[in-house]
Design a protein around this ligand. Structure first.
Ligand SMILES: [Zn+2]
Length: 391
């Protein structure tokens, strides 16, 4: 991979210069105007309107400057050098893939979008290389999983596996991927209360593999994320405990979660609309792909964060939520069984409880943010400490 991660000096030129791919431009008699996002760059003069459109055609990232000069005519080399310098100074050149890069239209398009998200901190060509080393596993039996699988394929990742919910853990255990590759695991079950979510959660905690949940529309909202990062963020069971704390039918929700763990939840029918499924899958796919980028150059919008897409009688909403780990989560906590808790535990512990939840006001941090302050239902103080393992 070429080194394009460092900011480009104002006058330096890429080896294979490519016109920045995010711009729309208009050519008038004595000026060329390029626009992207909330900014515009204008080159004035008759020479600009005569010369730049032709030059743009050859700044495709597959030719060197000398080759471009030979193509458009060596007599204008001074004008070419000046034009390239001006384009570089205004951030309008990126490193191209070079002449030998395999063509993959959808991979290049996805790479261009991801590069733009990093303000070109990493070039589209380098993002395309990262995508070529990325493998995706999509687990789920419903329409959202089917749509995510289709979008992964069109995004140009190396391989995409669609896995049924019943065979998820077995297939994940057998995944044998190259050491230099990245594995994206997305679980998009047909039901909100699917057994596979808990199964993959425990597998991921054992294997220390990140995974992303995508929950279908449940009559109020669909959920995209979070990406659960073992040892860093809360896990799926933490998510369920936080979600319960926001509901005013907590005993019923606890019963549904228990039924989900036993694989006993069914649906009366499949009823989400195709547009809803596509919106959920599109948001999920775009945000999951950000994790392909180097962590030092790109945000992690789904790391411990989720987005709810709500549909109601008056329209739709999109809300971001943070997932906070539950200190004594049965699945991911390392202090759960360490014996006597801190003295203040009994007055501030977050545990599964039959007490009524504390409701947050409408519009607060949502399903994953509330920390219910309740007393534990079991006398944790009397639990004997677990023996330490041998060193
Ligand atoms: Zn947890």
């Amino acid at each position: 991979m070429s080194d394009t991660t460092a900011p480009m000096a104002e006058t330096s030129l890429p080896e294979f210069p490519q016109i920045a791919p995010w711009y729309e431009y208009a050519v008038e008699r004595d000026r060329v105007t390029l626009r992207h996002g909330d900014g515009a760059v204008v080159f004035q003069g008759r020479a600009a309107s005569d010369f730049l459109p032709t030059l743009f055609d050859w700044l495709d990232g597959r030719h060197t400057v000398d080759e471009v000069s030979q193509i458009i005519g060596p007599v204008v080399r001074p004008a070419l050098d000046n034009a390239l310098s001006q384009l570089a100074q205004h951030g309008l050149l990126v490193q191209g893939p070079g002449p030998d890069a395999p063509g993959n239209l959808w991979r290049e398009r996805t790479a261009t979008a991801l590069s733009e998200a990093t303000a070109n901190s990493i070039s589209p060509a380098d993002v395309a290389q990262l995508l070529s080393r990325t493998h995706a596993t999509v687990i789920g039996d419903g329409a959202v999983a089917t749509e995510i699988t289709r979008l992964f394929t069109r995004s140009g990742v190396s391989t995409v596996r669609a896995v049924g919910e019943d065979e998820a853990v077995a297939k994940l255990d057998r995944a044998d991927l190259p050491a230099d590759s990245q594995h994206l695991v997305v679980v998009a079950p047909a039901l909100t209360h699917a057994q596979v979510l808990g199964d993959v959660n425990r597998w991921a905690l054992r294997s220390e593999v990140p995974w992303t949940q995508v929950l279908p529309y449940d009559g109020t909202y669909a959920v995209v994320g979070p990406t659960f990062l073992p040892t860093e963020t809360g896990c799926y069971h933490c998510f369920r405990l936080r979600r319960r704390s926001q509901l005013d039918f907590l005993p019923e929700q606890r019963a549904l979660d228990a039924a989900a763990d036993a694989g006993l939840v069914r649906a009366t029918s499949a009823w989400s609309g195709a547009g809803q499924d596509a919106a959920i899958a599109g948001l999920a796919l775009h945000l999951v792909l950000w994790s392909v980028l180097p962590a030092t150059l790109a945000a992690r919008p789904l790391a411990g964060r989720s987005y709810t897409l709500g549909w109601g009688a008056t329209g739709m909403s999109l809300t971001e939520h943070r997932l906070f780990r539950v200190p004594r989560c049965r699945d991911c906590s390392r202090v759960r069984d360490l014996g006597i808790p801190q003295p203040w535990f009994e007055i501030g512990a977050v545990v599964e409880t039959s007490s009524a939840p504390r409701r947050r006001p409408v519009g607060a941090d949502g399903v994953t943010a509330a920390v219910p302050v309740t007393r534990p239902t079991m006398p944790v103080r009397g639990r004997p400490p677990r023996p330490r393992p041998w060193p």
